[in-house]
Design a binder for this molecule. Structure first.
Ligand code: ZN
Length: 332
């Protein structure tokens, strides 16, 4: 899921051109800074994100948090080469107790969150909204392939911090992730926008990617911790990435190419073909009917209200209505 080469998609294989000034929303732009052994992806989202968040009419803090999770999912899931699925979920004890983002390669996104409105004011930031629990990332390549699952503990920190923790412990790839979500006024209406940047240090010599040791917890007295100095290229890469501001990641008038050029122009940056994203749920009347069939007769009977069975898709809020007969409820 990480560090995969976008070499098959070289867009600017020959020559150098000025960065495009045309902003492209709802797309992931892979890039490379070869002189620093950096590879990364930049996500910019507008209408697709607004579509997902607006359908649910989430309170602003919930929309922002779910937006961050969506952008993180695009940064991680867009490297999938197969026709698979990348699912990011959190399960925590905070005001937002559950969120899920489902990315279906190559471009389909859907997401929703569960939250306790009364508890929202108690959280100061994304970490506080989540609370304590875990973040799970699942790659599903279909019934014949084994599922991959990565887990990270959430302990009151942000999704960015959880992503760093994941790459440090599980993938051991030096990685920086930035996520930004905001609202802008456009056409007399507030609209959600977001941006994200994932940058990884992938030198040919793996020893250059060694990172400082994880803190081992309680260390017996007299034990000296082994210090590893980070590679100079990665130190520089991190300092360049650290200059990116939330407003730049979200800015609808700043193109992704211009933003990458702004960050890395001294070192030379090469971009690859962008990968479009769309908000699209995979639910359908047939799929819902199939799900109803899998329930027990009693469960189906319990769903009848006013002589109707109504099922609402949690992802996209689509409402499917069936007669008891259509829903497979036995007639009395
Ligand atoms: Zn749906």
């Amino acid at each position: 899921m990480t560090g995969s080469s976008p070499d098959n998609d070289i867009h600017l294989a020959s020559g150098i051109r000025a960065p495009s000034a045309v902003p492209v929303d709802d797309a992931v732009l892979p890039f490379e800074v070869a002189s620093l052994d950096l590879r990364g992806r930049l996500t910019r989202m507008g209408p697709a994100l607004d579509d997902i968040l607006t359908k649910h009419d989430y309170p602003a803090p919930v929309g922002k948090l779910l937006g961050e999770a969506i952008v993180l999912t695009t940064l991680l899931g867009s490297s999938l080469k197969f026709d698979g699925r990348f699912i990011l979920q959190t399960q925590t004890d905070g005001p937002v107790s559950f969120l899920v983002v489902d990315f279906q390669a190559p471009d389909r996104l859907r997401a929703y969150a569960r939250y306790d409105e009364a508890r929202l004011p108690e959280a100061k930031d994304s970490g506080g909204l989540l609370g304590t629990g875990h973040l799970a990332m699942t790659i599903d390549q279909g019934p014949e392939m084994s599922r991959y699952q990565g887990l990270v503990a959430l302990t009151g920190g942000s999704l960015e911090e959880a992503a760093h923790e994941y790459f440090l412990r599980s993938e051991q790839i030096p990685t920086r992730v930035r996520l930004a979500v905001g609202e802008e006024w456009s056409g007399g209406k507030r609209r959600w926008r977001a941006g994200g940047l994932l940058t990884q240090f992938l030198p040919k010599a793996p020893e250059r990617a060694r990172q400082p040791d994880l803190h081992p917890g309680d260390v017996p007295e007299g034990v000296v911790l082994h210090e590893i100095e980070e590679d100079e290229a990665w130190v520089e890469g991190q300092s360049l990435v650290a200059t990116v501001e939330d407003v730049e990641l979200i800015d609808p008038d700043l193109s992704g190419e211009r933003l990458l050029f702004r960050l890395f122009h001294e070192r030379g940056v090469r971009v690859f073909k962008e990968l479009p994203l769309q908000a699209k749920c995979s639910c359908s009347r047939d799929a819902v009917a199939g799900m109803l069939k899998s329930f027990t007769p009693q469960d189906r009977a319990d769903m009848v209200k006013d002589d109707k069975v109504i099922v609402t898709c949690e992802f996209c809020s689509s409402v499917y209505q069936f007669t008891p007969h259509e829903a497979g409820v036995a007639e009395n």
